[in-house]
Write a protein that binds this ligand. Structure first.
Ligand SMILES: Cc1cc2nc3c(=O)[nH]c(=O)nc-3n(C[C@H](O)[C@H](O)[C@H](O)COP(=O)(O)O)c2cc1C
Length: 405
């Protein structure tokens, strides 16, 4: 199968540009031998490269290119598939945009098209190339330093454990993970996730009981989460608890139950964030909309969890707006290397800014993911990079600190 892969990257200025000519000659031989076309553009700071050929060969070449120290901040913009070769000649060609005008570069590229109808102006690959040649989109190139720029320093000052008498009350318990603003070293909230007493997932517990029981347990378990968080020293921070949307509908007086338990735990409604997964939203269901209104009237805050992973996300936002949105971990994963993920995160940030919704990135594991998201404007994070969720405990937090020099 033929594939077209496009990436951009940042030239490592400690390398002389003239040394690139040798590389291009070698790459030309190599690409020719494996049936790959490589069109490389350089604007004085950034590379833009289109690779076309058999999928395995393109991916192998790209893997080597990604490890090359002559450039960094590689972002894959597109990988697409086509029935035939669009960028004719195999090998490798470098266009230094500082020495060609826009028209002549695009003309030269078009001349490489095997046949005119295969390479038209609505071809996405060619559109990406035009955008680079014309220097558009540069404001969206968020570039980050090497991850060695940061070290992570463990802080136990907020860590706390529950006593046995607070744990052994039911068959389930909670794991707590902080949601933080790493740069200001501020804890905003603790997310409480239901677990079995041995630390197993809530879904393994729920799968053994009926739906009706599940909604009951889901709702009633929040009483334990409130009490445990209060004992662990929640103070004025917020507590984020997941709730199945059906628990709000199926259990009459669900909101009153929660309010009562919040008060019994010595918390206030405004510090409780009810997180509902996007997949669970039933945006057309009037009973659900009414339950959401009651929840909001009670003073509790609403968050949409795993935003971007479900089905109804954008439609839901036309019916009501939550206080917070948590971007799904699969979108966060490797966001610093993936153009489509970057475009989606930037769009989420834009509409959340317009709607005064705060954005949290969840499942952050790599320093580079965090750095890219900070550069894009996300300030609030949850993830193993900073702290693992821990059963019956407020865990240790690793705060980032800049390395000197
Ligand atoms: C911007 C840039 C583009 C490159 N494009 C290609 C290419 O299209 N084909 C290729 O074989 N090598 C390309 N290289 C060089 C590879 O990264 C690598 O050095 C080369 O494949 C030799 O790898 P090896 O010594 O491990 O065999 C490129 C390097 C850079 C910095």
């Amino acid at each position: 199968m033929l594939t077209t892969l496009i990436y951009r990257s940042h030239f490592n200025s400690s390398v002389t540009f003239s040394s690139m000519f040798n590389m291009v000659a070698q790459a030309n031989d190599h690409n020719s031998s494996v049936g790959v076309t490589g069109i490389l553009l350089f604007d004085g700071t950034h590379f833009f490269q289109l690779l076309e050929g058999p999928e395995d060969a393109v991916l192998q070449v790209y893997k080597k290119i990604s490890q090359d120290k002559r450039h960094d901040n590689l972002v894959e913009l597109m990988q697409d598939f086509s029935p035939g070769r669009k960028f004719g000649k195999v090998g490798m060609e470098l266009f230094d945009l500082r020495q060609h005008d826009e028209e002549s570069v695009l003309q030269a590229v078009l001349e490489r098209g095997t046949s005119p109808y295969k390479l038209t102006y609505d071809d996405r690959a060619l559109q990406f190339m035009c955008t680079f040649v014309e220097g558009r989109e540069k404001e969206n190139y968020l570039e980050i330093p090497s991850k060695d720029h940061w070290r992570f320093v463990a802080d136990n000052s907020n860590a706390a454990s529950l006593s046995d008498s607070d744990i052994n009350v039911t068959e389930y318990s909670f794991a707590f993970q902080p949601i933080i603003d790493p740069l200001s070293q501020h804890i905003l909230s603790y997310a409480a996730e239901m677990r079995t007493v041995n630390g197993g997932s809530a879904s393994s517990y729920f799968s053994a009981i009926s739906d009706e029981e599940m909604y009951q347990v889901d709702l009633r378990s929040k009483a334990i989460a409130f009490r445990q968080a209060s004992r662990l020293g929640l103070g004025e921070k917020t507590l984020t608890v997941k709730l199945l949307p059906m628990s709000l509908i199926a259990m009459p007086d669900a909101v009153e139950f929660l309010l009562n338990e919040i008060a019994l735990s010595g918390l206030v409604a405004e510090q409780v964030v009810i997180a509902i997964t996007e997949n669970g939203f039933i945006s057309r269901d009037e009973a659900f909309i009414k339950a959401i209104r009651r929840l909001k009237q009670s003073g509790m805050r609403l968050a949409i969890d795993d935003f971007g992973a479900g089905l109804g996300g954008l439609l839901v936002l036309t019916r009501f707006q939550p206080e917070k949105i948590t971007i799904d971990k699969d979108i966060v994963s490797d966001v610093h290397r993936q153009g489509p993920k970057q475009a989606i995160v930037q769009a989420i940030i834009k509409f959340c800014t317009s709607l005064e919704i705060s954005v949290i990135a969840s499942g952050v594991e790599k320093t580079e993911e965090w750095m890219w998201l900070e550069a894009a404007g996300v300030n609030n994070f949850q993830g193993h990079l900073f702290s693992e969720p821990q059963l019956n405990r407020f865990p240790t937090i690793r705060w980032p600190e800049m390395n000197d020099g």
